[in-house]
Write a protein that binds this ligand. Structure first.
Ligand code: 3PG
Length: 207
């Protein structure tokens, strides 16, 4: 799956940390019921990879990938678990080469002009801006649109309902990532209806 298509699935991309793989399918179903058919499941918890494996096998309509992918080992594990893509908070030549070698679409994170240049020079035109609000938020994205007119972003980190439209209204933003509509307590308490409602609230709020 190409980065352009992945970032075009949904204007909001859930960044998920899952503690128990038994929550994987109910969570995927709750997101889908709320209109969100993409999931970034981070490798921050040991259950993350298993969750990706379960969803990719049991719910092929859900586009599931990994997040917090930091090195070749994470790339290999993502591919093996059936991830359709890998998000990274950062970018390095090693990571780009590993994603190419193991044939998985990488959407790296960038926060500076030099990092955008590294992406572009490797033919990558779809990136996260991470951590979005700290890196400069809307202002840095506007500044990047001049020199890097072909680059498309998924700002992540500090995005919430209140500032979602500010980001999505920018021409170089395709979607925005975050945790605000997949709160950890809702997953732990199996309050999946809440997650569906938060997805609907976010999607309805888009200008
Ligand atoms: C992260 O990597 O934790 C994401 O960027 C989510 O950030 P958020 O909690 O500010 O949405």
């Amino acid at each position: 799956m190409e980065a352009k298509d992945i970032m075009g699935i949904s204007p909001i991309v859930p960044v998920i940390a899952i503690d128990d793989e038994k929550d994987a399918l109910p969570l995927a179903r709750a997101l889908s019921a709320g209109g969100v058919n993409v999931m970034e499941i981070t490798l921050r918890t040991p259950a993350g990879l298993k969750a990706v494996e379960i969803i990719s096998k049991e719910m092929p309509s859900m586009n599931v990938g990994t997040g917090t992918v930091c090195n070749e080992e994470d790339i290999i594990a993502s591919k093996k678990a059936g991830a359709k893509f890998a998000f990274s908070p950062g970018i390095s030549q090693e990571l780009i080469d590993a994603a190419k070698k193991h044939e998985i679409t990488l959407i790296p994170g960038v926060a500076t002009a030099s990092e955008v240049m590294l992406a572009q020079n490797n033919g990558i035109f779809y990136c996260k801006l991470f951590p979005a609000t700290i890196a400069g938020g809307v202002d840095i994205l506007k500044a990047f649109s001049g020199p890097f007119s072909k680059m498309n972003f998924c700002p992540t980190g500090g995005v919430k309902l209140e500032n979602l439209n500010e980001f999505l209204n920018l021409k170089n933003v395709m979607c925005a990532g975050g945790t605000w509509f997949v709160p950890k307590d809702a997953i732990t308490n199996n309050d999946f209806d809440k997650i569906t409602k938060l997805c609907i609230e976010a999607l309805d709020s888009i200008d």
